[in-house]
Design a protein around this ligand. Structure first.
Ligand SMILES: Cc1cc2nc3c(=O)[nH]c(=O)nc-3n(C[C@H](O)[C@H](O)[C@H](O)COP(=O)(O)O)c2cc1C
Length: 331
């Protein structure tokens, strides 16, 4: 059967998604306003940054207030959980469902030591029985479709993530797999194995979402075709570039004008302040500025003042000085 265009709707469990271009989970980044930004620019759905199932289970106040914060316009939305205890996962899934998540994703791909040493993230690839139990517990606890995002394996030549993905689909009733066909010890470098993703698509009846190496719209289209996947998940390619979603789902052909980049950055500053208050937002935004300034080709002086600024009004003034703002939204 011919692969549908990226603009076709996609169904995951009972959730209807308007198109096949999704924002990937991004730790420390994928909060409600970054997800909303992706949606404003045409993404069919965004997945949250990973949230600790333990933090939710133990009712950590900041985790609940900040990481479970949703915007009414971002539905459908998927919240990603990580952890390695099925009972804790069951309780965390109930909490995220109550907070309004439409889908629950479980992280089985994070290669970061801090996460893996607890037995969560990519470490679950080595514990397939536990991985299946976690997926079942999340489905029971949350009553929402559960998806899993994972790597193809742990080290070169290892396909244990691929095998686990099949078992998750067949034995744990997972509603979709987000597949990052790089092995865990590759981190985020090296070419993803889209052929292996194609093999997975042939083995699973549920949707397979391809992740990895989708740096720009052209690369995303190529990965979609090469893998035969059901959807694409944009990660680093979306940092400071929400226009990638319009390129893939709408009729944007030209890169954003200076005024659009300035308008977008001002929008991000306002939302960050709304989310975290001025003091924390000023620090948080230091991560965001370089993505936008690079696109604007901004000089070093403005960039370094922005990076050091604790004053958001000053930051806004500097950004306005870079061009007249215009905020755009996908039609
Ligand atoms: C800064 C950063 C944070 C990430 N955080 C998460 C995360 O919380 N959960 C997850 O499943 N993957 C996470 N990933 C992996 C991405 O979702 C994606 O699979 C990976 O970056 C490969 O896609 P790319 O090569 O197109 O960037 C993260 C990646 C980056 C660069």
């Amino acid at each position: 059967m011919a692969q549908p265009p990226l603009t076709d709707p996609l169904r995951i469990g009972d959730v209807e998604i308007a198109n096949r271009v999704l924002l990937a989970p991004l730790a420390g980044i994928g909060n409600w306003f970054v997800r909303l930004q992706a949606r404003r620019h045409g993404a069919g759905m965004a997945v949250s940054e990973m949230v600790s199932s333990f933090g939710l289970h133990h009712r950590n106040e900041r985790t609940l207030r900040e990481l479970l914060r949703l915007h009414p316009d971002e539905h459908p939305v998927s919240l990603q959980l990580f952890g390695q205890d099925p009972e804790v996962m069951r309780s965390a899934a109930a909490t995220v469902a109550e907070a309004g998540a439409d889908l629950i994703d479980i992280n089985m791909g994070c290669p970061v030591r801090k996460v893996c040493k607890t037995g969560a993230g990519a470490a679950l690839i080595e514990q397939p029985e536990l991985a299946l139990a976690l997926a079942l517990a999340a489905a029971e606890g949350g009553g929402k479709p559960v998806t899993v995002k994972l790597r193809s394996g742990l080290r070169a030549g290892d396909r244990s993530g691929f095998e686990l993905a099949i078992r998750l689909g067949e034995e744990a009733g997972v509603a979709a797999i987000a597949f990052h066909p790089r092995v865990a010890n590759q981190g985020h470098s090296g070419g993803p194995d889209y052929e292996l993703a194609r093999e997975l698509c042939g083995r699973l009846e549920i949707p397979v979402i391809i992740s990895g190496g989708l740096d720009n719209a052209e690369a995303a289209r190529r990965a979609y075709a090469a893998s035969g996947a059901d959807a694409v998940m944009i990660a680093r390619g979306a940092l400071g570039n929400p226009w990638i979603f319009e390129e893939l789902t709408g009729d944007r052909r030209e890169p954003p004008a200076e005024s659009e980049i300035v308008g977008e950055l001002l929008w991000v500053i306002d939302r960050a302040e709304e989310h975290l208050g001025e003091e924390r937002a000023a620090r948080y935004l230091r991560k965001f500025y370089p993505w936008y300034l690079e696109r604007l080709g901004t000089g070093k002086a403005a960039a370094s003042t922005l990076q050091r600024s604790d004053d958001l009004d000053l930051a806004r003034e500097i950004v306005r000085g870079l061009g007249s703002p215009r905020v755009t939204t996908a039609a």
